[in-house]
Design a protein around this ligand. Structure first.
Ligand code: 6GU
Length: 226
């Protein structure tokens, strides 16, 4: 999977790409992340990427021309199945279903904006879809781009050292009411820390009782009750 990020803050991604499982996936060639600085696609001396909104009002708007040039430059070198995604709080909510769908592409362009917004013609003519990661406003699409890279990459075959852990994980299963079935709570040593004890059943070695306890304690975000 090749991720192309269009951003004016490429440095924001450095720590994220250089640690842990994502770094391993990049080293293995399973994932590629290409950072494209939007300012490299400007034509003026000041490398301007934003301008004042027509009709007036506060803030600045991301201009269409550098975005168009960046997208066309990336597309001209790409092959296979791909998609252009604009990151905006006005987009469709990102979730595990969407994550799975995106694993089916060879490449993705993630357009991370800043400022008050994008020139609307970018959405109308240049992107395939608009995605939001939740109902709150961030300064830009860089963190959402990292969210999408991480969520999609970890589903790619070969990313996880123990792929079994993907099978029963939260949001992979839904109950009869369509609610996501979450993980059961987990504990590790010590069995007693400052008097805070691990549920006795988990220490019992009785796999039937353990399984029953785990089933009863699914979907509890705040932890077990018994
Ligand atoms: Cl994708 N962008 C911004 N700027 N804010 C957001 C978002 C995206 N998703 C939630 N809030």
């Amino acid at each position: 999977m090749r991720f192309h990020i269009i951003t004016i803050f490429p440095n924001v991604f450095s720590g994220f790409l250089e640690e842990s499982l994502l770094k391993k996936a990049i080293d293995k060639g399973l994932v590629e992340v290409h950072l494209h600085n939007l300012r490299d696609f400007t034509t003026d001396k000041h490398k301007t990427v934003d301008d004042r909104p027509f009709g007036g009002g506060p803030g600045m708007v991301l201009m269409i021309e550098p975005v168009d040039k960046a997208i066309q430059a990336i597309k001209s070198k790409e092959k296979g199945r791909g998609k252009v995604i604009m990151l905006s709080p006005r987009g469709e909510r990102f979730n595990q279903e969407k994550t799975k769908e995106l694993t089916g592409y060879d490449w993705l362009i993630l357009l991370a904006g800043r400022y008050e917004g994008f020139d609307e013609r970018i959405r109308e003519h240049l992107v395939d879809e608009v995605v939001s990661i939740g109902d709150y406003v961030l300064n830009g699409g860089e963190v959402p781009a990292m969210v999408i890279i991480e969520a999609v990459s970890r589903l790619l075959p070969g990313f996880m050292s123990t792929p079994e852990s993907l099978e029963h994980e939260s949001f992979n299963e839904y109950d009869e009411k369509g609610q996501p079935v979450l993980d059961y709570p987990q504990y590790t040593r010590p069995a007693n820390y400052k008097g805070w004890k691990v549920p006795e059943v988990l220490l019992s070695g009785d796999h039937k009782r353990i399984e029953t306890w785990r089933r009863r304690n699914l979907s509890r975000v705040e932890g077990p009750t018994s």
